[in-house]
Ligand binder design. Structure first.
Ligand code: NCD
Ligand code: ZN
Ligand code: ZN
Length: 347
C-alpha cells in the first residue's frame, strides 16, 4: 500500500473555459480564478456578446482593472461567432494577440447564446480563415432542435455537426468544450491531435441522479446537463487514462442565487472557489494523481501551442468546509459543493 500524499505541488495551472461576466459580478468572481491560474480562456457570452476587436479589448481592459494586486493572471480572450462575423475582423483580433480562439455557440443552445450561429454553412468563410491561421475553434457541442431530448443533444451534435465540420476543415484546431458523454469522450479519444476537450469538475463528480433524486438541486444544473452514471464513469476513465487531449476547463458560470433557485432557474455552476480541490479529489479517487498535473497545467497549453506556466501551486491535505454562499452586493452566489467538506485545500 502506498502512503497517501499530504501535499500536491504542481506547475501553475490554467483554466481553459470560464465565464467572468462583468461589472460587480466580475469583481467578485475573478479573484477566485486569478489566485490559482496563470491564464484562462474567457468566454464571450456577455450581453451583448463580444463580437469585435473593440469589444474584446474593452472587456480585457475591464478584467485587468478588476484583477487584485499581486495576481499574475492573463485573460485569454475569445470572439463570439455569429452568422455575420467578418473573417477579416477575426483575423485582426487573432494576429494582434487579442483573441486566442473563437467560440461557436449554436443559437439558443445555452445561457446568452441568442446571437449564436444558426448553421455552419453561414460561417464557412470564417472557419476557412481560422484553419489557415491556426486559430482554435471552441464549441458548445449541443444541437438545439426542439424535438431532440436534452440528454441526447451532445451525442446528436457529434454526428450531425462535428463529423461533417471536421471533415470539411480537417486541419482546424477544435476544442469540444465541457464534454459530458461517453460518446464525446470516445469521439475525442479516437480523433487526431487537432481535436481536444475540456471536462468540468461537476461532470466528473456527479451524474443526473445527484441532481434529481431526493429533491432538485439547482446548483448542479448546468449545460450540457449532467448525464446518466455510465457517462460520468466514461469521463472519469478518460481523465484517469492520462490522455493528453483532455484538459482542465471548469466552465465556472456564476448566476445570482435567486436566479438559480427559481421556478425557471439559470444554467451554470459557480465552481471557481472549489474547482482545483475538486479535481484533485477526483484524481485521487481514481488513483490517477500521476496524471493530475498534466491535466491541469500541461495538456491545455500544449494543445493551444502556448508555453507552460512558470511557478507552482500547492494543495495540502487539510479538510475545510466550503462556504454556503458568497456575498455579491445585496445578493449572493452559491459555490459548487457549498457546505461540503473538501480534503484538499490550496496552500
Ligand atoms: N454552462 C452553463 O450552464 N452555462 C454557461 C454557458 C455555457 O457554458 O454553456 C453560462 O454562461 O452560464
Ligand atoms: Zn457551453
Ligand atoms: Zn461555459
Amino acid at each position: 500500500m502506498t502512503a497517501q500524499p499530504q501535499q500536491l505541488t504542481l506547475r501553475r495551472p490554467d483554466d481553459w473555459h470560464i465565464h467572468l461576466r462583468d461589472d460587480e459580478m466580475l469583481n467578485t468572481v475573478l479573484p477566485y480564478t486569478s489566485a490559482v491560474n496563470g491564464r484562462a480562456i474567457v468566454m464571450p457570452n456577455l450581453v451583448p456578446p463580444v463580437t469585435s476587436v473593440a469589444a474584446g479589448e474593452a472587456y480585457r481592459d475591464r478584467i485587468l482593472a478588476a484583477l487584485p494586486a499581486g495576481h499574475a493572471f492573463t485573460p485569454l480572450m475569445t470572439c463570439y461567432l455569429t452568422d455575420s462575423l467578418d473573417p477579416d475582423e477575426l483575423e485582426r483580433g487573432f494576429t494582434s494577440g487579442l483573441f486566442t480562439a473563437a467560440k461557436l455557440y449554436p443559437a439558443h443552445a445555452t445561457t446568452n447564446s441568442s446571437h449564436g450561429v444558426t448553421n455552419i454553412a453561414s460561417i464557412a468563410r470564417v472557419l476557412e480563415r481560422m484553419q489557415k491561421l491556426g486559430m482554435p475553434l471552441l464549441i458548445h457541442g449541443e444541437v438545439t432542435d426542439a424535438h431532440v431530448d436534452i440528454f441526447d443533444r451532445e451525442a446528436r451534435f457529434i454526428e450531425t455537426v462535428m463529423v461533417p465540420l471536421r471533415s470539411q476543415f480537417p486541419a482546424l484546431k477544435v476544442v469540444m468544450e465541457h464534454i459530458t458523454t461517453q460518446d464525446a469522450a470516445d469521439y475525442v479519444a479516437a480523433a487526431d491531435e487537432t481535436l481536444g476537450a475540456t471536462i468540468t469538475p461537476q461532470h466528473l463528480m456527479f451524474n443526473r441522479n445527484h441532481m434529481l433524486v431526493g429533491g432538485i438541486r439547482p446548483h448542479l444544473y448546468c449545460l450540457p446537463i449532467l448525464k446518466r452514471n455510465v457517462h460520468q464513469e466514461a469521463l472519469r476513465k478518460v481523465v484517469a487514462s492520462g490522455n493528453p487531449r483532455f484538459f482542465l476547463g471548469t466552465d465556472t458560470a456564476p448566476h445570482l442565487r435567486h436566479l438559480k433557485e427559481a421556478s425557471c432557474g439559470c444554467a451554470g455552476v459557480f465552481n471557481a472557489p472549489t474547482s482545483l480541490p475538486a479535481y484533485a479529489t477526483v484524481f485521487e479517487e481514481l488513483n490517477a494523481l500521476e496524471h493530475f498535473e498534466a491535466f491541469c497545467s500541461e495538456n491545455g497549453p500544449r494543445f493551444y501551442g502556448l508555453p507552460l506556466n512558470e511557478g507552482t501551486i500547492t494543495l495540502v491535505r487539510e479538510p475545510w468546509q466550503v462556504p454556503e454562499s458568497i456575498a455579491l452586493g445585496s445578493h449572493a452566489l452559491v459555490p459548487f459543493l457549498a457546505g461540503e467538506t473538501l480534503n484538499w485545500r490550496i496552500a
